[in-house]
Write a protein that binds this ligand. Structure first.
Ligand SMILES: Nc1ccn([C@H]2C[C@H](O)[C@@H](COP(=O)(O)OP(=O)(O)OP(=O)(O)O)O2)c(=O)n1
Length: 142
């Protein structure tokens, strides 16, 4: 079913080309407008949310989940990613570059404090996570 070989890295460009080909072959370019793609993306985020709905907090790694549940999760995550990649392409945004730039902006906005550096060197960050999911409790403003 898949033409990717095990261990091969999947790039955003590859996904972009696959989605463009998928739409072209079906003459669906006409439907892949920015607004339609955005709505489709939001719909898929809803489907992704349903998987976690009413479950309470879910431990990392999803212990106890059945294989078919994890497969379903992968499908919904993929739908979100694919529509996001397609939306970016249609809007003429280089998603990879934009995301890397955003990570840099995030690092400027949320600098690593001296105290944080010391804490990280002596403790496992997973044990200091707060309810915000952010270890930098004193400086978290998001
Ligand atoms: N006009 C469309 C319709 C579908 N897709 C692609 C992108 C998504 O990866 C997937 C979405 O397909 P469905 O709308 O059938 O959604 P689901 O796969 O989630 O099915 P369902 O909603 O029945 O669970 O197909 C697309 O690119 N353009």
């Amino acid at each position: 079913m898949t033409e990717f070989s095990e261990g091969e890295s999947v790039t955003l460009d590859r996904l972009k080309e696959k989605m463009a080909e998928f739409a072209r072959e079906r003459n669906w370019d006409q439907f892949h407008s920015p607004r339609n793609l955005l709505l489709a993306l939001v719909g898929e985020v809803g489907e992704l949310s349903e998987i976690f709905q009413w479950k309470g907090e879910v431990p990392k790694g999803l212990p106890g989940w059945k294989e078919d549940e994890k497969l379903h999760l992968g499908e919904e995550l993929s739908d979100v990613l694919l529509y996001l990649v397609r939306l970016s392409d249609i809007c003429g945004v280089d998603l990879g570059k934009a995301a890397l730039r955003k990570v840099e902006l995030n690092a400027i906005k949320y600098p690593v404090s001296q105290k944080q550096n010391q804490t990280n060197s002596i403790t496992d960050p997973n044990t200091t996570t707060t309810s915000h999911g952010n270890n930098n409790t004193e400086e978290f403003t998001g």
